[in-house]
Design a protein around this ligand. Structure first.
Ligand code: SF4
Length: 354
């Protein structure tokens, strides 16, 4: 049978020998130290995961140093997780301490296991995306700095997963993280007739809009602003539809999403703060707003309650009261072309007169 010549290799070819020997036989795991998980097989063999936080963008020199560690301590095997952690899979327990010492020397923190703050998922932002409102890695760095201590603790009420996306197309796990920072365009694209007519294919441009907001006009196009949801898809196919607007673009914060079905079903994030200024290089307003929500959750959540579980238990009214976030008309979905959510809110009755 012909083999496809695209896509990743079969992962089973790259498994460490201890995992190949015990494939399908792992019976338990437990955290034995900060950032270290012990996996026990039915055969009696043990494997240890040492989890180090890393950045999404690493130099070639950094990758080589990490590979050298994998050669030295893990027989040449390691794993990068979707949350940009590096997991060293160690077959000999006595190698854990020297590996941790080497990671410390390299400045890579070991932690992020159990009920702790996880490394932030983020999109590339301005680095190499034309749609992004902001420098997502920069916001992730500032948030990591603010919440760093929680990476080493596993005594939080539950896991704390944060994500950052530079636009609402949401590369990364924005829709299903406890807290999400999302860059928001807030005006429709500006149509540059000269570029559109010279550089763009009109049928493709019209078809690129998910809400049918674009229609032909002469040799160019026009936008129905009531239909536009500021996604930037049209700018992807046509450089004459620039959506960037430094004066009005900004950030928003969403809360309560999760992908797991542990205890309660998976949930989408919901809007908490509709607008914050896009304020590089350290985004103080966003960092303060995010840490404020984290601290309210730390104070009020019961053991095992993710952000969304906590909010569902206390009610959205109480969430807005405890965090001091104002509830505004922006929290009501008035986008009439989104049939499932039109005129829905975070599902509560809010009154200034309790
Ligand atoms: Fe359509 Fe998105 Fe372009 Fe608005 S930004 S016109 S919704 S493709």
């Amino acid at each position: 049978m012909a083999k496809a010549n695209i896509g990743p290799m079969n992962y089973q070819l790259m498994l460490p020998p201890i995992i190949q020997r015990n494939y399908g036989k792992w019976k338990s795991h437990r955290i034995i130290d900060t950032g270290v998980i012990e996996h026990v097989s039915e055969s009696g063999e043990c494997l240890y995961t040492v989890r180090a936080g890393a950045a999404k963008i690493i130099s070639v020199h950094g990758v080589r140093d990490i590979c050298d560690l994998a050669d030295k301590f893990c027989d040449g095997h390691l794993k990068f997780t979707s949350r940009t952690n590096i997991e060293f899979l160690v077959a000999q327990k006595e190698k854990i301490a020297p590996l941790k010492a080497e990671l410390k020397r390299m400045g890579l923190p070991v932690g992020g296991t159990g009920y702790s703050f996880k490394t932030i998922i983020h999109c590339p932002g301005w680095l190499h995306c034309h749609t992004a409102v902001t420098d997502s890695p920069g916001i992730a760095k500032a948030l990591h700095d603010a919440l760093y201590e929680y990476f080493f603790r596993d005594d939080l009420p539950a896991k704390l997963k944060i994500a950052v996306a530079g636009c609402l197309n949401m590369c990364g796990a924005i829709h299903c993280s406890d807290i999400a920072v999302i860059g928001m365009h807030r005006r429709p694209p500006t149509v540059n007739d000269d570029i559109v007519t010279k550089s763009c294919e009109i049928p493709t441009l019209v078809a690129s809009c998910p809400t049918a907001a674009i229609r032909p006009k002469g040799k160019s196009v026009e936008i129905n602003p009531d239909r536009c949801m500021y996604c930037g898809n049209c700018f992807t196919v046509c450089p004459g539809m620039d959506i960037h607007d430094p004066e009005h673009d900004g950030l928003s914060i969403w809360v309560g999403g999760k992908a797991t079905n542990a205890r309660t079903p998976p949930a989408f994030s919901r809007l908490a703060i509709p607008y914050l200024p896009n304020n590089p290089p350290r985004w103080p307003e966003t960092i303060e707003a995010t840490t404020n929500i984290v601290h309210a959750w730390l104070k009020g959540a019961k053991q095992g309650e993710r952000m969304g579980d906590w909010i569902e238990r206390i009610g959205w009214e109480r969430f807005f009261e405890l965090t001091g976030i104002p509830f505004t008309n922006k929290h009501i979905d008035d986008f009439i072309f989104s049939v499932p959510t039109f005129r829905t809110t975070t599902q509560f009755h809010y009154t200034d007169n309790p």
